[in-house]
Design a protein around this ligand. Sequence first.
Ligand code: 5GP
Length: 144
Amino acid sequence: MTLHADYQTDNIFAKMLRGDVPCVKVFEDDVALAFMDIFPQTEGHTLVIPKGVEARNFLDMPTDKLGAYMERVQKVARAVEKALKPDGLRVIQFNGASAGQTVYHLHFHIMPIREGDSARPHASGAPADMGQLNALADQIAAHL
Ligand code: 5GP
């Protein structure tokens, strides 16, 4: 998928927004949805996606909607930090397949990092245990 292409409404995150596919929800309002990454690179890996827009990536995001969305990204990042108390936090976003993007609905990754731990490979491996993801989502949501 190139950096510039039409938005595809059958991407997995669009399906989550429509309620067609389940997700382990952390936060939702009229601007954004946050949920646990099913292939977490670190414990607590959370994704935040904008609602009500057809933006494949950061470049596509309508500028007038960016501020409100980024406020939610920061809100969730702060809750992840409070809940899990990592040593560091990566807030990452990929644009285009060449940059590592695999799902074409804008999202920011929030990835807690613990000293000495290394992040697992991106978007691969076995899906996480649902019980663990639900417990992490509850912990994070408690700080929202
Ligand atoms: P990207 O590669 O586009 O930056 O990130 C997409 C992310 O979505 C990856 O971290 C991947 O693990 C995650 N992901 C892919 N499919 C699903 C899914 O069905 N459910 C959830 N919760 N995450 C997914």
